[in-house]
Design a protein around this ligand. Sequence first.
Ligand SMILES: Cc1ncc(COP(=O)(O)O)c(C=O)c1O
Length: 467
Amino acid sequence: MADPAVSRLPADVLREKAAALGCQPEDQSFAVAMDTEDPLHGLREDFHIPKMKDLPPTDPTLVCADDDCVYMCGNSLGLQPKGVRKYLEQDMDSWAKYGVFGHFEGARPWALCDEYVIEQSARIVGARQEEVACMNGLTVNLHLLLVSFYRPTATRHKILIEGKAFPSDHYAMESQIRFHGYDPATSLLLAEPRPGEHTLRTEDIVSLIEREGDAIAVVVFSGVQYYTGQLFNMAAITKAGHSKGCVVGFDLAHAVGNAELHLHDWGVDFACWCTYKYMNSGAGGLAGAFVHENHADATDAPRFVGWWGHQMSTRFQMDNKLDLSPGVNGFRLSNPPPLLVSPLLASLDVFQKTTMADLRRKSVLLTGYLELLIKKFYPKPAAGEVTGRPWVDIITPSDPAQRGCQLSLMFSMPIGSVFTQLERRGVACDKREPNVLRIAPAPLYNSFSDVHRFVSLLGQSLQAAQL
Ligand SMILES: Cc1ncc(COP(=O)(O)O)c(C=O)c1O
């Protein structure tokens, strides 16, 4: 996938910049200089960064209480945009002042409130506005879309997903297969990495689709793999699926707001995403759904329908004669929730100050910086070499075009006590037992100094854990 943000290796760019500054990349002054020249650095001010003292596991004897914590957990839950409170207060004011009239009065009339987040959401996923809806939760949307897009037949009944898909996706596929009377043992096809490898090669995914495609009804991959951080080549997967007559959809939970997406141009059939990770809409935030305009007129496809899928112009005539909206809007079921729209809108206001291309350009360097420091301090020994020191295998692809902002660090030993030590030092990150840390410097609010602090605190934590 040609990615203009990665025309050069980030490590080369960083070393060159350090040399020009007369310092080493591992110097704190280098991180500070990178923040100074980062045109997006100011966006951090649009977010509430939790303080060290407020994170429950922090040990007050080990931190400066009023410092910002080292937040590397945007892959799990994004930080709160400062604009959220104002928008929520507007909603509460409308309710207090107008009661039921708030549906069509106030700052954002509730009956239409989801429309305020469509334009920006569509821009971020590379779609036309009429291809995107914001509704429900991610797994709900996945099911709703599969009701239409998974139409198994005796000869074409399989769903292809990654072997280590996120559990909710795996369960959703199994239950859809069972719902149609098929058996996951024969209808769920899992794409596994080669022995000894952690990530999937695009050529292997494509050849699996070529081999099995005649029996595959739907291919559903994630955009970015939640565990390894691998960014899949969605264009290639879509092309391969279509060439065998399969429907192709994506779960973009870890990709939206993280990678550049071109769902429309890639010809993706459907997609869905949550917004509480890199889209910073808060826990349980409003999810998104995409249906390509090629399917806009497929209103007779099987689906579950609610009144919000009925065309707006006649929706309130209540004559029980369904006049379904075309495309993704026909998948809407319920009236939209303003208290979920508002946090997302506040986050989109920040996204609007930049572009995904610029964010991605920063992200490639920021994550490249994390990679450079980890490789410098915790290099994986050569085969047969015994160092006696802890080391890290970065299981996320080293090619920046095949990853988003997250790096998954696989340690040479169990990570439990190191993780505890990191938490005591005010680091928020994510542990996967027994030995993986997922570290996600989010370019909207993380800085080069955050990455530097993380690596330095990792060193202290390893020492404190006596590893
Ligand atoms: C890749 C992926 N898919 C699905 C989900 C489930 O999302 P939800 O609970 O919002 O339905 C998650 C949650 O983190 C996820 O990471």
